[in-house]
Design a protein around this ligand. Structure first.
Ligand code: AR6
Length: 172
C-alpha cells in the first residue's frame, strides 16, 4: 500500500523509481519542467529519447507515454508523457486522463514502487488547474494501493489547489 504525497518544489530533486516528464510529442526536450528534467539528467537522457523516438516513428501521440533511463537524476526511469494543449485538443480531458494512466501503467510494468509527477499540461499547455488536479488525484487514488505517488508542484497556488482537492476527495 502506497501513499499520495503533495509537495511544493522541483521534481528534479525527487528520489523515486520513476520521474514523469510533461514532454511534447517530439520528446526531445523543451521548456518548463521538460527543460529542467533534461538539464538535471544531462545529455544521456536526450540520447535515450532519440533512440525511443526512432523506434516509435518519431512522435509520441498525445496521451501516450514512453520510458527511458534517467541519466543523472536520482531515479531509475523517466516516463515521458504528452499532455493535451487545452485550447487546441478536441478531447483534452480524455487525453489528460490517458497521460496519467499510461504513465502509471508503464511504471508498474517496470516494477516501480514510487513515482513523481509534475502538473501535466498546467503550464504552457494551459489546462485549467482545478480540473487538471481533479483528474490527476482521482487517477492517483486508483493506483495508490500499488505504489507511492509524489506530486511536485512548482508554485504556491497550484500546491494549494492540490492540497484542497485532495482533502475533498478523501473526505478529510
Ligand atoms: N519541477 C516541478 N514542476 C515544474 C518545474 C520543476 N522543475 N518546472 C516547471 N514546473 P510545463 P505543460 C511546472 O509548461 O503545460 C515544455 O516545453 C510548471 O510550473 O512544463 O505540460 C514541453 O516540451 C507547471 O505547473 O508543461 C512541452 O512542449 C507544470 O510544471 C510543453 O512545455 C507544467 O508546465 C508541455 O507543457
Amino acid at each position: 500500500m502506497g501513499q499520495i504525497h503533495i509537495l511544493k518544489g522541483d521534481i528534479t530533486t525527487a528520489k523515486v523509481d520513476a520521474i514523469v516528464n510533461a514532454a511534447n510529442s517530439r520528446m526531445l526536450g523543451g521548456g518548463g519542467v521538460d527543460g529542467a528534467i533534461h538539464r538535471a539528467a544531462g545529455p544521456k537522457l536526450l540520447a535515450e529519447c532519440q533512440k525511443v523516438a526512432q523506434v516509435n516513428c518519431v512522435r509520441c501521440p498525445t496521451g501516450e507515454a514512453r520510458i527511458t533511463t534517467a541519466g543523472n537524476l536520482h531515479a531509475n526511469y523517466v516516463i515521458h508523457t504528452v499532455g493535451p494543449i487545452y485550447n487546441v485538443d478536441k478531447a483534452p480531458r480524455e487525453h489528460l486522463k490517458n497521460a496519467y494512466e499510461n504513465s502509471f501503467k508503464l511504471a508498474l510494468e517496470h516494477d516501480c514502487k514510487s513515482i513523481a509527477f509534475p502538473a501535466i499540461s498546467c503550464g504552457v499547455y494551459m489546462y485549467p488547474h482545478q480540473e487538471a488536479c481533479e483528474i490527476a488525484l482521482s487517477i492517483a487514488l486508483e493506483y495508490v494501493n500499488r505504489l507511492d505517488i509524489y506530486f511536485y508542484l512548482f508554485d504556491e497556488p497550484l500546491f494549494d489547489v492540490y492540497e484542497k482537492t485532495y482533502q475533498q476527495l478523501v473526505g478529510q
